[in-house]
Design a protein around this ligand. Structure first.
Ligand SMILES: [Zn+2]
Length: 92
């Protein structure tokens, strides 16, 4: 549950996209995962997705996520979790 994998596959270089400030550790994404219990990144390049609020509530409850413009950005891992919890998988 609360386990956070410290191991990262890549020590990716901080990419110098428009933002000048860097955070303390190696950041691999710009968009934090909207799931509060998760510290992943929801960047599209990292496999992040956005779910509707309803979808997020289904899996994480009404206070388990942070909303952004009516959507919940989730990282790849959270998206997979959501998908797993929802039987209606479209990718079979
Ligand atoms: Zn996540």
């Amino acid at each position: 549950m609360g386990f956070k994998a410290k191991a990262r596959k890549h020590k990716g270089n901080p990419d110098d996209s428009s933002e000048g400030k860097k955070k303390l550790s190696v950041i691999v994404g710009d968009i934090p995962c909207g799931i509060k219990s998760c510290d992943g990144f929801a960047d599209k390049s990292l496999g992040g997705r956005s779910l509707s609020i309803d979808n997020a509530i289904d899996v994480w409850g009404s206070s388990g996520y942070e909303e952004r413009k009516g959507r919940v950005r989730v990282c790849k891992g959270c998206y997979r979790k959501w998908k797993k919890d929802n039987k209606s998988e479209d990718t079979y």
